[in-house]
Each structure stands twice: as C-alpha cells, then as structure tokens.
Design a binder for this molecule. Structure first.
Ligand code: FAD
Ligand code: NAD
Length: 468
C-alpha cells in the first residue's frame, strides 16, 4: 500500500495549490480527483470558462455597439457560437493541462477516482469508470472537495433548458430570452455574456439590490449600467416555479405587490448560490464533524475535529472564491510542517467580471455603520478621469472608506474599467495598514484608471481631489 505524508482530496484551486505547497515543503503528496481533468470547478466550469466567454462577448458587443463611436465601421458582423464555445474549451484545456504539468514537475502522485475515508489514515480511491478501488495510507489529509450549485426544491432542472452555470457555459446558440434567477455574481456575469450577444435577458432577484453582499452603492450603479445594454431587472421578486414545455420555459414569481407574474423564454439559468460538496467522502468513517449548511467544521488552523485532517476552500466557512481557497491551501501546507502562516480574511477581495467590473475589499459602508465606526468617504467618478474619457469607459467610481480619526483605509469599493486588477492596489495598501493620505501622496502614472484610486484617497484625506 502506498504511503503519503499528505493526501489532498479535490484538485480545484484549493487542492492543487495545497498539493504544490506541500511538495515544495518536502512532503510526499498525493492528489485525488474524481474527474479526468484537474483544476476543479474554477478551471473546468467556473472562473476560467466564464471569463473566456465574457471576453469573447465583450469583443462582439464592442464591435457591434462601441466601435462606431471610435470611427470604425464594420459590415456583416456575425457571431459563431460554435467557434466561441470551442475557443472557450481550448482555454480550459490549456489551463487544466498546465495543472497536470505542475503536478509532474512537483512529483505529486495524481490518483484518479472518488476519494473516500476508510478510517482516519486510510483513503480508498474508486475509479469513476468502474474497476478495482485502490487504498492508500496517509499521515495528513486536506479535504478540498469544493461546492456545487444550490438547487431550488420547487424547480426541476433538466440541464437543457432549466440550467445551472455549467450548462450556461456551453450553449451553442444565442438564446432568444434568457431568464436568470438570482442577481448575484454568476447571474450577472452570465446575464452580461448573453445580453452582449444579443439575447433578451431578464434577471429575477429575491432581494431589493444586486450583488447584495457587496457595498450597496456598487449594486445600484451596476444595475443602472447593465440596464443600458438591455438587461431587465425584476427586483424583490420571489420565484415560485419554472416549468419546461418543448423549447419554452415559464418562470413564475411573486412580485413586491404580492401578485403572481410569469416570464416566458427559451432558457432559465438558476444561479442562487452554491453549497459545499461532501458526497462520497464517507466522512463518518473518520469521525469528521459538520456544521450548518453542509460545511465541514474547522478551527482557526483549518483543522477538523480530527487531528491531521484539514479542510479548505468552498467546503468550509467563508467566501466561495478561488483565491480564498488558494490562500487556505498554502496556509494548511505550512501549518502541517509547523510554520505559523496567517490569512487576513478581511482582505480577500471580491470581484464581479461584468463591464464595468466591480470589486471590493475590507469593510462595506453598511458594516461600518453597523459597527458604529466613525468613518469618512472619498469618492472619485470615472467620468472625471482622462484615461476613462479616452477609452469611453466613464461609468462607475472608486469609493474609499477611511477611519475618521486615524485616516487608516477601512474599505475600498470600486466599479469601473479594469478595476478587477486595480483592487490589488487597495489590498496592498490595506495589508500595510496605509492611511488614505499615504496612497494620496504616491505617484500614479498618468493617464491610468489607477489615478481614480489616488483621487479617491485625496478626497478622503481632506476633500482635496485635484480633478473634480
Ligand atoms: P473546487 O474548485 O470546486 O474543486 C473541488 C474538486 O474536488 C472538484 O474537481 C471535484 O471533482 C473534486 N472532488 C469532490 N469530491 C471528490 C472526491 N470525493 N474525490 C475526488 N475528488 C473529489 N471564483 C473566483 O475567485 N473568481 C471567479 O471569477 C469565479 N468565477 C466563477 C464562475 C462560476 C461559473 C462558478 C461556478 C464559480 C466561480 N468562482 C469564482 C468560484 C470558484 O470556482 C470556487 O470558489 C473555487 O473553485 C473553489 O475551489 P475549491 O478548490 O474549494 O473547490
Ligand atoms: P450568489 O450568492 O452570489 O448570488 C445568489 C443570488 O441569488 C443572491 O443575490 C440571492 O439573493 C439570489 N437568490 C437566492 N434565492 C433566490 C430565489 N429563490 N429567487 C431569486 N433570487 C434568489 O451566488 P451565485 O451567483 O450562484 O454564485 C455562487 C458562488 O460562486 C458565489 O459565492 C461566488 O462567490 C462564486 N462566484 C464568484 C465569481 C467571481 O469571483 N467573479 C463568479 C462566479 C461565482
């Protein structure tokens, strides 16, 4: 029987990063994955394919609706959905092949099949295609089995017309009318893809604001801007059912007045969150405790109630984000060898890859109010940025929240061009506990979108933004 120092179950961004860090630290490491390709949700059916389609659809939208403004004329513009979806598949393949290469490079044994506990130190790996299960012995285990889409019990998903994000990344036609249940991250990214390609898109959201967990101002501005590309929003609507007849789907919901309303379209995407995935792990055999909402219970070191067994990523508490899972993978590997790593969960940024992009880090204004914290706000609109005027991306703003007394930056919330990358400046500043004035006094190249961060910090310091 093969013996390992560490066995990682699940090869998503949590699992494969944990495996690489373990190998770097000299631990004999195995990585178990039930699918034939590595990379988990993120690389196969999440972050990477969704961004590939967001990029393709953005090119089309710009060619269709923006180029003319720059004096560029195009005739006979077409969309070839087969080619777009094939390109996306190629992007996914390049990424998952890259993970296989990294496993070889780091001498990590990849074992394909469903991993399940026999006891605390033995794991069986059952090939998904059938055949003999093999067993291994291990000193430590890192569970990184991720999550799956939440199912609404009153909606039967046939995965053809009533679909999850996985199928929404594989539609080989432009839908006539895509109905999206849930105005969260997945709902808005996929709504953007299909609206840009020319589909009618309706987003039906239970709450009264979009991306409700982010700073409220962001969802409000995003709704306004996405409305301009034709997405229709039905807020405070409680979906009660969705049924399919042939190629037509009918969604029923209760509107804020308590009346029943119906929507008819050819596709319905259900994007109402994700739940931790632990099926097949046989956690009971190792005596691992769970907590509410199907998550594995862990302590501050991400260790379960069983010494030597850890859990990371979407399967434990916290934001369901790839970079959060990666940080936790490194954290656990370093913990196993006796180091004292640290994760500042407050500074895990959240990003929505719509256009304009949306990003936030630190406390939201609503959280600061709840805490009774005295804060000041510095805000700078992209319509006052020279770079944004040049590119024609003048929607959105950067908002900096700083401590009223000390000027320390407590939160940064942005909506605008390329701010998925710009938020890294806010994370860096906050990690070093910068004051708004610290950032305001740093030189930012001109003309860049990043100048909006400097201007917002100037505005927070003493209301002394230069360009507004
Ligand atoms: P996962 O990536 O879910 O990987 C878990 C792996 O474990 C899977 O490969 C699974 O097959 C395997 N597994 C499960 N059980 C077993 C078992 N018993 N034996 C063997 N293998 C098993 N996050 C971002 O930060 N940025 C984004 O832009 C982003 N976009 C997204 C877009 C979509 C459409 C979706 C659905 C998600 C997106 N996410 C994004 C979220 C991100 O994908 C997850 O947070 C991330 O993948 C979690 O990583 P993980 O390692 O915890 O689990
Ligand atoms: P989410 O939690 O972001 O949004 C779900 C939305 O559905 C919420 O706005 C919620 O109010 C709404 N909702 C819930 N029940 C509803 C109902 N019955 N009717 C109408 N609306 C309802 O979840 P998601 O968009 O499914 O994404 C899942 C996870 O994947 C998220 O945790 C997210 O962090 C991650 N993700 C991240 C990215 C990114 O980082 N760019 C992209 C995609 C997914």
């Amino acid at each position: 029987m093969n013996q390992y120092d560490v066995t990682v179950i699940g090869s998503g961004p949590g699992g494969y990063v944990a495996a690489i860090r373990c190998a770097q630290l000299g631990l004999k490491t195995a990585l178990i994955e039930k699918y034939p390709t590595l990379g988990g949700t993120c690389l196969n059916v999440g972050c990477i394919p969704s961004k590939a389609l967001l990029d393709s659809s953005e090119h089309y939208h710009n060619a269709h609706s923006v180029f003319a403004d720059h004096g560029i004329g195009l005739d006979n513009l077409t969309v070839d959905m087969n080619r777009m979806i094939d390109r996306k598949a190629g992007v996914v393949k390049a990424n998952v092949d890259g993970i296989a290469y990294l496993m070889k490079k780091n001498k990590i044994d990849v074992l394909t099949g469903v991993g399940s506990f026999v006891d605390k130190t033995h794991i069986s790996i059952a090939p998904t295609e059938g055949g003999e299960a093999q067993q291994i012995e291990t000193k430590n285990v890192i569970i990184a089995t991720g999550s799956k889409p939440t199912v609404l019990p009153f909606i039967a998903q046939d995965k053809e017309r009533i679909i999850t994000s996985t199928e929404a990344l594989n539609i080989r036609e432009v839908p006539r009318h895509m109905m999206v249940i849930g105005g969260g991250v997945i709902g808005l990214e996929m709504a953007s893809v299909y609206a840009r390609l020319g589909a009618k898109v309706s987003v039906i959201e239970f709450m009264d604001s979009l991306i409700p967990t982010m700073d409220r101002g962001l969802g409000k501005e995003l709704k306004r801007v996405l409305g301009k590309i034709g997405i229709e929003f039905f807020m405070s609507h409680k979906v009660t059912g969705a049924t399919r007849e042939g190629d037509s789907v009918t969604v029923t919901a209760t509107n804020p007045k308590g009346e029943e309303v119906k929507f008819e379209g050819d596709y319905c995407l259900v994007a109402v969150g994700r739940v931790p995935y632990t099926a097949g792990l046989n956690l009971e055999a190792a005596g691992i405790e769970m907590e509410e909402r199907g998550r594995i219970k862990v302590d501050a070191h991400l260790q379960t109630n069983v010494p030597g067994i850890y859990a990371i990523g979407d399967v434990v508490r916290g934001a369901m984000l790839a970079h959060k899972a990666e940080e936790e993978g490194v954290f656990v590997a370093e913990t196993i060898v006796g180091q004292k790593p640290h994760i500042n969960y407050l500074l895990i940024p959240g990003v929505v890859y719509t256009w304009p992009e949306v990003a936030g880090v630190g406390y939201t204004e609503e959280q600061l109010k709840e805490q009774g914290k005295a804060y000041k706000i510095g805000s700078f609109p992209f319509k006052a940025s020279g770079r944004a005027r040049a590119s024609g991306d003048t929607d959105g703003f950067v908002k900096v929240l700083a401590d009223k007394t000390t000027d320390e930056i407590l939160g940064v919330h942005m909506i605008g061009p390329r701010i998925a990358d710009l938020i890294a400046e806010a994370v860096t500043a906050m990690e070093f506990r910068a004051s708004a004035e610290d950032v305001a006094r740093m030189s930012h190249s001109h003309p860049t979108y990043a100048e909006a961060m400097k201007e917002a910090c100037l505005a927070a310091t003493e209301n002394r933004a230069i360009h507004m």
